[in-house]
Design a protein around this ligand. Structure first.
Ligand code: SF4
Length: 206
């Protein structure tokens, strides 16, 4: 995938906090919608933990409307920012061990494993492999996963196989997302696929 697509230079964001906000906003939506929502927050001067925690929920919801589920996500952003402030801010969290930080993130309302791991890998540079629906789909089709594994089983499987390598995990997850968009979508385009030679589900006729 790296040879086919080149480095992806993830995560798109001007600061670790913006990455964390993006990790919440990208739930169930495409990234271009997140970019519009973040641009709106920036224009309103609210892209900060204090700004988002103090802003009226209706105002935040209106600004992040492009990302979908905007009322729910406005609440999640507020919960996350309150958590961040109560913990002493980003730098205080940065001093925590990865397992402690992951557990704390997972206790925040609206932060599930994928969102927490997005934050850990792309905002805190921790060697945590992000599992998403694209990862499940591609590795199932490749014949390398059953597809029914738990999030934790898959995450630990990748981490054990690859060893703790932040740069590798960063690039690998980004390439998986790119590959899902380029070739291995819901209807795979196996004829144009860079993994066709090693894929158990290679179906060139579809
Ligand atoms: S060969 Fe087809 S099913 Fe396999 S990874 Fe490529 S696009 Fe997906």
């Amino acid at each position: 995938m790296l040879a086919a697509y080149g480095p992806q230079h993830w995560w798109p964001g001007d600061s670790p906090f913006e990455v964390m906000v993006g990790a919440i906003l990208t739930q169930n939506t495409a990234w271009p919608n997140v970019e519009k929502a973040i641009a709106n927050l920036k224009r309103a001067g609210l892209l900060s933990p204090g700004g988002l925690a103090a802003a009226p929920p209706d105002q935040v919801a209106g600004l992040i409307r492009p990302s979908g589920y905007f009322n729910i996500k406005a609440g999640r952003l507020r919960c996350f920012c309150v958590f961040l402030l109560e913990k002493g801010g980003e730098e205080a969290l940065r001093r925590e061990e990865t397992a402690v930080l992951r557990k704390a993130l997972l206790e925040v309302h609206g932060v599930g494993p994928e969102t927490a791991d997005d934050m850990l890998l792309y905002a805190f540079q921790r060697p945590v492999f992000v599992i998403d629906a694209y990862t499940r789909r591609i590795f199932y089709r490749l014949g390398l996963a059953r597809g029914s594994e738990s999030y934790e089983a898959l995450r630990q499987g990748f981490e054990s196989a690859l060893g703790p390598d932040v740069d590798l995990f960063n690039e690998y997850h980004a390439l998986i997302v790119r590959h899902a968009k380029e070739a291995c979508g819901k209807k795979p385009d196996c004829g144009a696929c860079c993994l066709a030679d090693i894929c158990a589900a290679n179906t060139p006729s579809t």
